[in-house]
Design a protein around this ligand. Structure first.
Ligand SMILES: [Zn+2]
Length: 373
């Protein structure tokens, strides 16, 4: 589960979360519809009708995005890839895949099914619009709006820039053609960035020709796409570098065990300053009671270091996230990111073997890069 998201449901074993940014979008869409779109197009509607239609349309828009993501997830699962969460956030959603698809064909179908779902939904809402026209105006309005937005959602996601669905389709085709996933990802990301720059240029052009709001939106989407393309490429590169490596290969073993009754002053003067050690497992009677890091020490003002003991500020063992020595390095790094921590104690059978920090992973990658392995 991504940080800052709330679980709202479980469908077929997949937990459905919404990111806090989505709540903002939900309010914005409802408000735009109720205060501007419906009153402009249907001036004879009463405000309560406009507002209730605004809420209903927003909810159905939300359901449409969810169906798009569920389509990705169900195909992934049918192809043997576990999916546990879907998180909906600004601009759509992400299905959290535990692993990358194993074959180009799987990726192709998995990526394509989302936009197809949106387009089919768009056609259904379009049919509702045509059927209800002249019979039931609110129903026709709903069909017209959601038909249009679903078709747009489908087409937007088909833009061939990684990591959009269309970029994944492109990547799977390049992957099939070259047999090289890394190179296919590189090319698909470059196309993604090229598309992003076109959006930014188009946005700037519209700003200069007088359409401020529209231009800013287009440029913003371009900026978002550019970020997504470069960060997902970087992420995949790191992932490839770490693939197959275990936590024990990168962890540091030179943590210094300390007693819980020492003062912070003695820790700083005797260990931190002379040796640069940054983390201290707190051990009492052979048992790990907790962990002391520079972060804990910094939380206490310097004039109280002499009177504060390790026990008072350490993170207690039961509140501690840990990792096993045989776990995948990549998975451990993702756990750190999700929990927002910089290091994890490496524990085996209740014994502390060492610490895994982000800096350990960075130097693990750097050393291998320098040696060219
Ligand atoms: Zn999609």
């Amino acid at each position: 589960m991504l940080r800052n998201s709330i679980r709202i449901a479980r469908i077929g074993g997949i937990s459905i979360n919404i990111h806090v940014s989505w709540i903002l979008i939900f309010i914005l869409v409802t408000w735009t519809l109720a205060a501007s779109y419906f009153p402009q197009n249907y001036p004879h509607w009463s405000p309560p009708l406009s507002w209730s239609m605004g809420v209903i349309t927003s909810i159905l828009f939300f359901v449409s995005v969810l169906l798009h993501e569920l389509a990705h997830s169900f195909v992934a699962r049918a192809r043997g890839l576990p999916v546990h969460d879907i998180t909906l956030f600004i601009f759509g959603g992400v299905s959290q895949l535990e692993e990358e698809p194993q074959t180009a064909a799987t990726e192709f179908i998995m990526a394509l099914v989302g936009p197809l779902t949106s387009i089919v939904l768009g056609v259904c809402f379009g049919a509702m619009w045509l059927t209800a026209s002249g019979v039931n105006e609110p129903l026709a309005a709903l069909g017209m709006y959601l038909g249009g937005i679903n078709v747009w959602l489908g087409l937007f996601n088909l833009i061939p820039g990684f990591p959009l669905d269309g970029g994944r389709v492109l990547r799977s085709i390049l992957w099939q053609a070259t047999g090289n996933l890394q190179r296919a990802t590189r090319w698909a990301s470059l196309v993604g960035q090229a598309v992003a720059y076109l959006f930014i240029l188009a946005g700037i052009w519209r700003i200069f020709t007088g359409d401020w709001v529209g231009g800013l939106w287009i440029a913003f989407i371009g900026w978002f796409l550019d970020n997504a393309a470069s960060s997902s490429y970087r992420q995949l590169t790191v992932r490839n570098l770490l693939a197959g490596h275990k936590v024990r290969e990168a962890m540091s073993r030179d943590c210094m065990e300390v007693s819980p009754d020492l003062t912070l002053e003695s820790i700083v003067n005797e260990h931190v300053l002379p040796t640069g050690t940054r983390c201290f497992p707190v051990v009492e009677g052979g048992v790990v009671r907790g962990l002391l890091t520079l972060h804990n020490i910094k939380g206490v003002s310097q004039d109280r270091w002499a009177s504060t003991t390790v026990r008072q500020v350490m993170t207690p063992a039961d509140g501690l996230k840990k990792v096993g020595p045989e776990e995948e390095l990549w998975a451990a790094m993702q756990n750190m990111t999700e929990d927002g921590v910089n290091q994890l104690p490496v524990m085996d059978d209740g014994h502390l073997l060492g610490m895994l920090g982000r800096d350990n992973i960075v130097s693990f990658i750097r050393v291998r890069g320098e040696l060219g392995i």
